[in-house]
Design a binder for this molecule. Structure first.
Ligand code: PHE
Length: 468
């Protein structure tokens, strides 16, 4: 690409945009339903450990790769590895993963816009029980016309946002809407906790039953840590490429991870207090929030307006995430092939729409076509979240820890950092500057990325297929 690469308006702009990518259907739709299917609190503990030990170090690494190269995911690996063909393939794998995720992400986002319109039509007024709500959801999602129309509308909206470019499109929308979404979720969590029987939901979320943990559950929790933070396929590399050398990588990463995790937990409280107060099944699957929340809105004073606002904001949260996935694809073709931005966005978005059609129909016409008891939708989800993203994360850790190496990585991380970055890690958090070579934050991060993260990811893979 010619000329200077567009930068974020400020570190704050980046934090909001990256949080816009991270916070999406993963937090509000997927996290509750997989936590519900995999035993609740114990699953959540594994997920939080994965975020802490693996997610944060990899988030930092992706930002380093992006900022250092100032390029798209393929170009970034090529440049930092001196054109090593293996690492270029890792870059292409990221683009492939973006297509896989978008194909079914668009579908669920379509449900959300569809439910925004159901709210406007007043449909939630009829949902006096969860059974009525879930019958309705079942009917809608099995209607090919309903599903594909909303999916297409969502794809068109994401094309529109990516058209406007990085700053105007992505940053602007994230800034405005994220805080409103958070306020609504907090309100729903407080409301749910005040319901009769809501405390059983809190116990489900916070009192671990370790018996529910096995290799598969651990893999799903790890995969979700990647999915929810947008890690492992280059979204954060691409956003990091719009970072300037004065931006602080470490604090930006910590902010995004904190916001994303906080929002998931609040969403979990909102959903499970309601699930348990209505005596519903937490392992309800992908329809969970669409069955539960409209019933909650039905019973809440002014709930209709709340419901409309909720699905509107959920759709927008999904949009800012979908846009970051589309941006991974777009920036590659724009940087490398000199295609016009508009053409690339339209063509790639249309391909994700086409590839997503079988996922869209997995709840209706294609319901009975299953491989290993998984529908097309489930396969896309499993392949991307539980294989491609952790696999991509493993490769990123190996790249930074073993190929790019200590000296260059640390220099890259240090640029734009605070003074306390180099001081002893224990004192740094107390705000004191005590120089200590060995236990600096950078060194501890590097130990995580070189040893701990790759070993843990490998162990989880081996455990999930029963080798250990
Ligand atoms: N993090 C997004 C979410 O939670 C999904 C996503 C995954 C976005 C991977 C970009 C890359 O909804």
């Amino acid at each position: 690409m010619k000329g200077k690469r567009e930068n974020w308006g400020s570190s704050f702009g980046f934090i909001l945009a990256a949080a816009g990518s991270a916070v999406g259907l993963g937090n509000i739709w997927k996290f509750p339903y997989i936590a519900g299917e995999n035993g609740g609190a114990a699953f959540i503990v594994v997920y939080l450990i994965s975020i802490l030990l693996i997610g944060i170090p990899i988030f930092i690494s992706e930002l380093i790769i992006g900022r250092k190269s100032q390029l798209n995911v393929v170009g970034a690996y090529k440049k930092l590895s001196n054109n090593n063909p293996f690492w270029s393939i890792v870059g292409y794998m990221g683009i492939f993963t973006a297509f896989v995720i978008l194909s079914y992400y668009n579908v669920v986002a379509g449900w959300s816009i569809g439910y925004f319109f159901e709210g406007l039509k007043g449909t939630f007024n009829d949902f006096t029980t969860v059974e009525l709500a879930s019958n309705y959801f079942g009917n809608q999602t099995s209607s090919t016309f309903w599903i594909i129309s909303w999916q297409l509308i969502f794809v068109a909206l994401s094309v529109y946002v990516v058209f406007s470019g990085v700053r105007k499109g992505i940053e602007k929308y994230s800034k405005l809407l994220m805080p409103i979404l958070l306020i609504i979720l907090i309100f729903l969590a407080v409301w749910g906790s005040s319901l009769k029987g809501g405390s059983a939901g809190l116990a489900f979320l916070f009192k671990p039953n370790w018996g529910s943990i096995n290799g598969k559950v651990i893999l799903i929790a790890l995969g979700h840590a990647f999915f929810t933070l947008s890690l492992g396929m280059g979204a954060i590399i691409t956003y990091g490429s719009y970072f300037s050398k004065d931006d602080n990588i470490l604090t930006s990463a910590l902010w995004v991870v904190f916001l994303d995790t906080f929002i998931a937990i609040v969403a979990g409280i909102a959903i499970f207090t309601s699930v348990f107060s209505m005596g519903f099944n937490p392992a309800d699957g992908p329809g969970l929030i669409f069955n539960i929340l409209p019933t909650v809105f039905n019973k809440m004073p002014g709930g209709n307006i709340f419901g409309i606002l909720f699905f509107l904001l959920l759709s927008i949260a999904a949009l800012t995430s979908a846009v970051s996935l589309l941006e991974v694809i777009t920036s590659y073709f724009v940087d490398n092939k000199n295609y016009s931005r508009h053409r690339v966005v339209i063509i790639s978005a249309f391909i994700t729409f086409l590839v997503g059609i079988p996922s869209a129909m997995s709840f209706g016409l294609l319901k009975d076509y299953q491989i290993f008891q998984k529908s097309f939708f489930d396969i896309m989800d499993f392949l991307s979240a539980n294989i491609l993203l952790p696999g991509g994360g493993l490769l990123i850790a190996i790249f930074i820890g073993w190929k790019y190496g200590y000296k260059k990585s640390l220099d890259a991380l240090e640029s734009g950092s605070n003074e306390w970055f180099k001081s002893n890690i224990f004192f740094a958090f107390l705000g004191k500057k005590v120089p200590a070579k060995k236990l600096s934050i950078g060194n501890v991060w590097f130990i995580f990325i070189r040893f701990i993260a790759p070993v843990l990811i490998t162990l989880v893979f081996l455990k999930s297929i029963g080798i250990i």
